[in-house]
Write a protein that binds this ligand. Structure first.
Ligand code: ADP
Length: 488
């Protein structure tokens, strides 16, 4: 099979810059796809953290003016990642996270910032920026959504295009007046183009104008075509000639490996699950909980938001405490939910522990020391934490939605009889159904041989990138168009 070149376009990439699962996926795909004969370069904005992490950078393209200032595309490496970085200090050289300033408010010029990312990606894809020209462009989420638009309206030979939706809730909608400033033609502003409820829809543009659209699980792929979950875009998605492909995410099984994880008090594998008791004790101590081996210790690593069902979990804290369960929460997000958990942690000392903020090491220790990992999301495109939980033998207790439905096998009576089951699912996503699922989890936990068998099966689940990468590679080959311009 000939080697294929793919340009991945995204606003975050692990380990340089991450606000959520998108960064993990974008960071993991290049290595996973290399094994499938695909050479990936990733185009990302030149935030300070990206510029600091970039080695051996050489300029491959210069924009005298790009949305208000000069800019360059730099080709370089960061660790094992091949990057194309859009160096545009007027757009990206700022403190804060990729989307918002230190005060938490979105940057007012996000429309211009991410249009610039897409425009630079299109320059690379059209062969205007150096000799490396992709056969396929893979755009991730709304920040990269206009890439397909720039390619479409350039009316030149172009690579194949794939758009992946990691979360339909974030759509990137900006005023139509921006059109001239971001260099798209007036006729782009139509229902078949980039127009979205009178504005420019960045994600909508990508969904309408890419050769293929994927999302990150088969169940979410079906859900987003319904008015209930389509968030205003279900009509656009239903109109797609090839439908929506659902390709699950994997996790980096070297980073997430309980056999070698240096952040854990004790490493283990599926034959030495009992060693988790050491991690549980260490986690209880770290969070100031009573060191009770007999308490079902539930862990949460999550954005503290409505999407993640964190308000439902908060309502259940008193009941969980009454049942002798313990709860450890790591996350940040919605200020009201954060505050509510802070009060709960004060109200239930020894039973509930909370760490707000972002802590990679603690995320690992929660996976390695909790008995169960809770993911009560109202919607979940794929979800990564339940995949980590499976690998670490913290049984996932999940809402039956999106990728959670696809990756966890509910340990109901039939599944147990068939020696299946890797966690607990519940539906509908309500406090009461969640509570019943936790009660069921407690019963399973008290039946030690059954629990051990569930843990072993969970840990044997393939959560790696190998299957998903093969699916992406097949899709790339289906849409690839050999690069037109510079000779190879
Ligand atoms: P999201 O919707 O936030 O992208 P995912 O489950 O797909 O949810 O991915 C979240 C990723 O971020 C996982 O890798 C998870 O371990 C990590 N994560 C989330 N919150 C925190 C936190 N507070 N500290 C450390 N890691 C976190």
């Amino acid at each position: 099979m000939s080697r294929l070149r793919a340009l991945s376009v995204a606003s975050e990439i692990f380990p340089l810059v991450k606000t959520g699962g998108l960064a993990d996926v974008v960071g993991a795909l290049p290595a996973a796809l290399a094994a499938e004969g695909v050479e990936v370069r990733t185009m990302v904005p030149g935030y300070p953290a990206v510029m600091r992490g970039l080695d051996a950078a050489t300029p491959v393209h210069t924009f005298n003016q790009l949305h208000g200032g000069p800019a360059r595309v730099l080709s370089g490496r960061a660790g094992a990642l091949d990057l194309l970085v859009l160096e545009a200090p007027h757009l990206f050289s700022r403190a804060g996270n990729p989307y918002s300033g230190p005060n938490g408010a979105d940057w007012p010029d996000n429309g211009a910032r991410f249009a610039a990312l897409a425009r630079a990606a299109a320059a690379v894809a059209l062969g205007d920026a150096g000799s490396w020209v992709p056969d396929v462009v893979h755009a991730h989420d709304w920040q990269a959504g206009l890439t397909a638009a720039y390619l479409h309206y350039a009316n030149r030979p172009r690579p194949g295009t794939v758009m992946t939706v990691h979360n339909l809730a974030f759509q990137g909608q900006y005023p139509g007046e921006l059109l001239g400033a971001i260099g798209l033609p007036p006729h782009a502003m139509g229902v078949d183009g980039i127009e979205y409820y009178g504005s420019i829809g960045y994600l909508k543009a990508g969904l309408a104008l890419s050769d293929r659209v994927t999302t990150v699980s088969p169940t979410y792929a079906a859900e987003v075509t319904t008015s209930e979950h389509g968030m205003g875009l279900d009509g656009v998605l239903r109109a797609r000639p090839h439908g929506i492909d659902g390709i699950l995410n994997g996790i980096d099984t070297d980073v997430w490996d309980p056999r070698t994880d240096a952040t854990l008090a004790a490493t283990y594998d599926s034959k030495r699950v009992a060693a988790r008791a050491t991690n549980k004790r260490a986690l209880q101590r770290e969070l100031g909980l009573e060191e009770r081996p007999d308490a079902l210790l539930c862990g949460v690593v999550s954005r503290l938001t409505w999407q993640k069902g964190m308000d439902l979990l908060h309502e259940l804290v008193p009941w969980m405490a009454s049942q002798g369960m313990q709860l450890v929460v790591l996350g940040s997000g919605d200020a009201r939910i954060e505050q509510a958990f802070k009060e709960a942690a004060r109200g239930y000392p020894g039973t509930m522990g909370l760490v707000t903020g972002y802590d990679e090491g603690l995320a690992h220790r929660i996976q390695g020391g909790s008995d169960a990992l809770l993911v009560p999301s109202r919607f979940e495109p794929c979800g990564l934490t339940q995949l980590c939980a499976l690998r670490y033998g913290a049984l996932p207790v999940v809402a039956r939605v999106g990728g959670l439905a696809d990756t966890v096998v509910d340990a109901n009576a039939m599944a147990l009889a068939a020696k299946a089951g890797t966690g607990v699912q519940f539906s509908p996503v309500t406090r009461d159904a969640f509570g019943l699922a936790l009660a069921r989890t407690l019963r399973l936990w008290r039946d030690r041989p059954t629990w051990r068998a569930l843990q072993r099966r969970a840990m044997a689940t393939d959560v790696s990138w190998s299957g998903p990468a093969a699916q992406y590679a097949a899709l790339y080959r289906a849409v690839a168009r050999p690069a037109a311009t510079p000779a190879r």
